[in-house]
Unconditional design. Sequence first.
Lengths: 356, 341
Amino acid sequence: MLERLLSHDLPRNRALAVTLLLIAIGLALAPLWLPGSKSLGVAAKVLVFILLVASYDLLLGYTGIVSFAHTMFFGIGAYGVAIASTRLGPGFGSIAVGVAGALGASLLLSLVVGLFSLRVKAIFFAMITLAVAAAFQTLASQLSEITGGEDGLTFRNPEILSPSFEFSLAGFALDGRHLSYWLLFAVVLVLFLATLRVVNSPFGRALQAIRENDFRAEAIGLRVVVYRTLSNVLAAMLATVAGALLALWLRYTGPDTTLSFEIMLDVLLIVVIGGMGTLYGAVVGSVLFVLAQNYLQDLLKLAGAAVEGVPVLAAVLTPDRWLLWLGVLFVLSVYHFPTGIVGRLRAMTLARQRKG
Amino acid sequence: MSPATAAAPAAPAAVPKASFDWIPLALLVALMAVALPLVGSPSTWITLTVAGLAMGLIIFIISSGLTLVFGLMDVLNFGHGVFIALGAFVATTVLGAMSGFTASPSLGANLVAVFAAMLVAMALAGAVGWAFERVIVRPVYGLHLKQILITMGGMIVGEEIIKVIWGPLQIPLPPPEALRGSIFVGDAAIEKFRLLAVAVGLVVFATMAWVLARTKVGLLVRAGVQDREMVEALGYRVRRLFVGVFVVGSALAGLGGVLWGLYQQSVTPQIGAQVNVLIFIVIIIGGLGSTLGCFVGALMVGVLANYTGFLAPKVALFSNILLMVAILLWRPRGLYPVTNR
């Protein structure tokens, strides 16, 4: 049963399996054990990032394509929900309309960008997507009548998902925020397992063949352009859903929360540190990264206080420079563990089995 | 392979000369000519054209190194923006330290300060470029995916280090006293600093064209861009050449950073990432690896940005990408495609 759910792609390392189990249980029950709304927000962000990073891993880790336009699709999803909710009023109907519209837009855009630039080298695609994403970000901030410009859009969720909807269940006092958290959890869980299914299907094998050697893949009869484009479209759709979930959670959509290049870099960092080509890496990486983003700064504050007065060290250890350390970690992991944390753990198990 | 080279065996003495492709240059001139009636007044047109050329030449200075590095070693440096930011920040420090020179009304003293800033920026950016090549780029030759990731990582780290040294906030970078304001040619106002930028840009382009066309190093670079393995087989160390080109490219990015910072009159640590998008568009338009293409592409982007900024400010934000799409529909490999790529 479990094996089928995970598409026969088990963690293959005891420590990893335990970690994943803990993360899954922790996230599923987050509204019950996490105190306060800030920490629930962190948990929701982890969920959104798991889906976003898993979709990016489909592209980068499994197909070997570097795209810098992934946050564009993320943003389309978020804006879809926001625009529909502000125009049509709060309700599940308008969310459905928004998601459907966003999916359509992402489908079209990813298809066009893919067919236009995936025929040539990986580097070319990376540059084109960088330019397209920058243009889209400008577009979103310019069309302020529709998107709210730099201020973004604030909107209301359906009644049942808003904080004022209070009820109690098995002795826990809950409200609509908790319900929307569980909605997020359910959608992310289903789509994550679906993605796992995709990468372990014959289609996923073909993608990996293309990643390893596109020339040879073409020679054995795989239509490389078609596969790459499909992978690009699929990843874009998943990112769109992730964006819609983020908008639902925040009840706000703006350029900074969805479209900014910083988020693109965050996703890149998570994929590489977690492990390219292993979807579990998206889970482990997202948890680590979001925790670091929210709590590493506190840790650095402590370290910074300890070295107060030492000139260079103090400047480097301020909480504002947490990205510096992640960047260094990123560079080191591309060199030394290109398969990231998950790949490293799996390799350790494999080595032990060979020895034993 | 052009038909001219195929006909070579008949007359071995005469080296076949490839016919020069004038169309992109003509397109640039046509672009300017079309803009004249649209803009209306000739004086405004002159102002816009000079501004566009200045912007284009700065972009050319920044991106020329990048395109050569790519052409020579197939390495695309996504961290190129760091050198731009470095150059611009060094300029704030140098010009700040030489405030006596920048505040004086004499043009000579101002130029001394600006040139000092340029030299220091180039030296530092070149040195950092050398280290960057050694530490970041060298271990991942030939691995495209890792190259993109690692140079991007280098950019994140570089940007953060800049924040450590100069702080995360925007720093104003006003041009020196005598370079502020405009001079008038007839009715046309031309900002003085833009003239300086045009002059520096033309000098860099002329020097680069001369080195590439007339010296042995330039010959090797051009040959290496066309067919690296053949040059290596003839006994030249393309790797060493590449390090040189990388350092020079980084130094030029530093120089461009100084000019760009003065052009924008302020510097932020994110400047590198912002300009990165622009220079990628330029080298795609020009044809990856082509210096001349980069030159024409940069000028097109510069003048078009200024014309559309005047005629339709909303469109101006997308003029680059529209230009890129149009060019790629016409020539899918850029204006001047380099062979073997």
